[in-house]
Write a protein that binds this ligand. Sequence first.
Ligand SMILES: [Zn+2]
Length: 81
Amino acid sequence: MKAKDYTNENLKCPKCENYITQVLDSRSNALGRKRRRACSECQYRFSTIEIMQDNLDEIMKELSALKRIKELVIEIQNIKG
Ligand SMILES: [Zn+2]
């Protein structure tokens, strides 16, 4: 079975910036869905991950908490001199 072409104006090939890709493989995990893609122009292969909005919000919250911890560690190191 030949992979189907998908056109998505928000998703372009990182190599040649073509908007038409083929989905080679697709699998779900706890966070969302991962797709293995191939550019229909240059054949470059790359992956995309589709994440449920609620999960993404949670990840962004944790990421900003980690950034804050990193800032605090730097502040403490500066105080110690
Ligand atoms: Zn390409």
